[in-house]
Design a protein around this ligand. Sequence first.
Ligand SMILES: C[S@@+](CC[C@H](N)C(=O)[O-])C[C@H]1O[C@@H](n2cnc3c(N)ncnc32)[C@H](O)[C@@H]1O
Length: 207
Amino acid sequence: MTWLADTRTSYDTVAASYAEFVSGALDKQPHMRAALALFAAEVDGPAVDVGCGPGHFTAHLASLGAEVSGIDLSPAMVDLARQTHPELRFDVGSMTDLALPAESVAGVLAFWSLIHVPDESVPVALGHFRRVLRPGGLLVIGYHVGVGTRLKTQGYGGHPMRVHVHLRQPWWLAKRVRAAGFTIEAEWALNPGNEVSQAILFARASV
Ligand SMILES: C[S@@+](CC[C@H](N)C(=O)[O-])C[C@H]1O[C@@H](n2cnc3c(N)ncnc32)[C@H](O)[C@@H]1O
């Protein structure tokens, strides 16, 4: 699949500059910290950060006491995450083919990673999230709210990229999350009112 290869290559290219870009960002993001704190408090068992990038959120969750590992499509991101956080486990993998056993985790965090999965493959990724989660397990998705798809051709210091960013309407994602076997508990709007805003969706794997 071209989009998967393009996304992988793009994030391999920007891994180091992305890590710099997000370094310390959480200090200025109280709502993001609150979402991660809620995740850590609610998840009672192993958790996985899917699309973990350089592992900054994985490490933050671990610092809050979560038993968490990370998975990312980009080998360079995973190398960086392993170097930066040698005490944590990171693996290369795609959410469209998640290599975890059924009902093996109590929490899945997917922060700004499902944004790169095209519409037709979103049910595949959500199906994997549901399969690997225990009944009652928590799924938290961070995403861009908006309409349409943007092709990002450079980023994080001007490096070349070829990555599609799919903006989504809350109703569109909610419908697919429910169809995958989840109950939606809450959705937080971050910087609402902007042309492209952010949202964090909290859903529970149906029992
Ligand atoms: C915008 S970054 C987000 C990183 C981190 N979660 C954050 O919110 O800062 C997107 C990350 O998702 C990863 N990614 C994209 N598609 C993926 C897929 N199909 N499976 C797993 N990871 C993926 C990319 O390699 C990249 O590290």
